[in-house]
Write a protein that binds this ligand. Structure first.
Ligand SMILES: Cc1cc2nc3c(=O)[nH]c(=O)nc-3n(C[C@H](O)[C@H](O)[C@H](O)COP(=O)(O)OP(=O)(O)OC[C@H]3O[C@@H](n4cnc5c(N)ncnc54)[C@H](O)[C@@H]3O)c2cc1C
Length: 351
C-alpha cells in the first residue's frame, strides 16, 4: 500500500515551503506538490521586509509577532541550511510630498516605533546620492530575503526528506474521501492549498476575496553607483550582494497575467531617472508576477466550510516575506494542537 501522509501541500512558494518546514519539524509526514514554480510570485519578489510599509507608515497591531518570528525563522533556516538568506540593510524612506512628513511625525510619537525609526534628513542631507526633494528618514529592522535562493535550498531540503512531488495538479484530480483526501496518486488526512494567485482558478476556494496585483521588477547594473541602503520612494532600489540593483515595482490591478511588458519597464525606468538622474545602467533581467493580495490586506487561513480535509493558506499580498513565517506557524499550531487561528486571517471572516 502507498505511503499515507498527514498533510499534502499544493505549492512550493514561500507559503508552502514555510508551512512544510514547520509541520515536518513538528514530526508530521508531509508531501509538497509543485510544478517547478511555474507561477511562483515568490520567485519574482524582491523579498523586502518593511515593518512600516505604505504611504502613512502605519504600524499594524500584529507587527511585533510578525517581526519577532521572521527574525527567528530566517535565522534558524540560515543556520540549518548553512546559507545566507536574510540580508538586513537599513532603508531610506523618501517623502513623496511635504504632506507625508506629517505621517512621519505621527508615527515617531509612538514609543513602540522607537527601534524602527532612525534620523530624519532634509533634501540636502540624504545619506545616499539619490534625489530626495522633500527629504526623508532612515528606517531600521529592514532588509530583504533572497527568495530564489531560499526556494532553491528548501526544495532540496524537501527532496532530501522525500517530501516533494513534481507535478502540475489539475484541481479535478482532488478527491475528498471518507477519511481524508486523495490527489495525484497520494493520500493524506488533509490538503492545504498554498497555490498563490492561482487560487482564483481553484474550484474549492475560488469564492475567497482574492484581489491579485500584477508587479514588474528589473535587475540593473548601474555604473559608478554603490548603495549602502535600500532606497524607498515612489519606487525602490535594493542593492544586491552581486553588485546588481533591483528596481521595483509596478502595481497593476487590471492586468491579471505574469508577463513582463514594455509599459512596465518604461514606468520603472522613469522611476529610476527620478531617483538617480542621469544614471548609466544596463538591464540584466525583467520579471513579472502576481501578488496574491486580498482587499483587507490580511491573509486567508482556514478550513473549507463543507470539506473538512481541504485547507487554504494564501493571500499574503505584498508582504509575504514579513508575515508568512508567523501565519504558517499559526496554521501549523492549529493543525497539530488546535491552537486558535488569528482572527484577522481566519477565512471565516469572508463568509
Ligand atoms: C514584482 C513583485 C514584487 C514583490 N515584492 C515583494 C517584497 O518586496 N516583499 C514581500 O514580502 N513580498 C513581495 N511580493 C509578494 C510575494 O511574492 C508574496 O507575498 C509571496 O511570495 C506569496 O507566496 P505564496 O507561496 O503564497 O505564492 P507563490 O509564490 O505564487 O507560490 C505558489 C506556488 O504554487 C505553485 N502552484 C500553484 N498551483 C499549482 C498547481 N495546480 N500544481 C502545481 N503547482 C502549483 C506555483 O507554481 C508556485 O510555485 C512581490 C511580488 C511581486 C509580483
Amino acid at each position: 500500500m502507498s505511503q499515507r501522509f498527514d498533510t499534502l501541500i499544493l505549492g512550493q512558494g514561500l507559503a508552502g515551503s514555510a508551512l512544510a518546514w514547520q509541520l515536518i519539524e513538528a514530526g508530521q509526514q508531509v508531501c509538497v506538490i509543485d510544478d517547478g514554480h511555474l507561477t511562483a510570485s515568490s520567485r519574482v519578489a524582491a523579498g523586502l521586509i518593511n515593518p512600516l510599509a505604505g504611504m502613512r507608515y502605519s504600524r499594524r497591531p500584529q507587527l511585533d509577532d510578525w517581526l519577532g518570528l521572521s527574525d527567528r525563522w530566517y535565522a534558524d533556516l540560515q543556520h540549518r541550511l548553512q546559507r545566507r538568506l536574510l540580508h538586513t540593510c537599513p532603508m531610506l524612506r523618501l517623502f513623496r510630498s511635504p504632506g507625508q512628513q506629517r505621517f512621519y511625525n505621527r508615527v515617531s510619537e509612538d514609543p513602540a516605533n522607537r527601534d524602527l525609526l532612525g534620523e530624519r534628513f532634509d533634501s540636502d542631507q540624504c545619506p545616499e546620492p539619490v534625489s530626495s526633494p522633500y527629504g526623508g528618514f532612515v528606517q531600521h529592522r529592514t532588509g530583504y530575503v533572497d527568495m530564489p535562493q531560499l526556494l532553491h535550498h528548501l526544495r532540496r531540503w524537501l527532496t532530501h526528506h522525500g517530501a516533494l512531488h513534481e507535478h502540475t495538479l489539475d484541481y479535478r484530480e482532488i478527491e475528498p474521501t471518507a477519511d481524508g483526501v486523495a490527489a495525484a496518486g497520494l493520500r493524506a488526512d488533509r490538503l492545504v492549498f498554498c497555490d498563490g494567485a492561482r487560487v482564483r482558478l481553484n474550484p474549492w476556494f475560488d469564492w475567497l476575496p482574492l484581489a491579485p496585483v500584477k508587479g514588474e521588477i528589473l535587475n540593473l547594473q548601474i555604473a559608478d553607483r554603490r548603495l549602502g541602503y535600500i532606497v524607498n520612494g515612489a519606487h525602490w532600489l535594493v542593492p544586491l550582494t552581486n553588485g546588481e540593483i533591483r528596481l521595483g515595482a509596478t502595481h497593476d490591478h487590471k492586468l491579471i497575467d505574469d508577463k513582463p511588458t514594455s509599459g512596465g519597464k518604461q514606468e520603472l525606468l522613469r522611476g529610476l531617472e527620478r531617483l538617480l538622474p542621469g544614471a548609466q545602467f544596463r538591464v540584466v533581467a525583467h520579471q513579472a508576477g502576481l501578488r496574491p493580495a486580498t482587499r483587507d490586506r490580511y491573509p486567508l487561513l482556514g478550513r473549507h466550510p463543507q470539506f473538512p480535509c481541504l485547507w487554504v493558506c494564501n493571500g499574503f499580498g505584498a508582504r509575504g516575506a514579513l508575515t508568512i513565517p508567523w501565519y504558517t506557524r499559526c496554521l501549523a499550531d492549529h493543525l497539530i494542537r488546535a491552537a486558535p487561528l488569528p482572527a484577522e486571517a481566519d477565512i471565516r471572516r469572508c463568509r
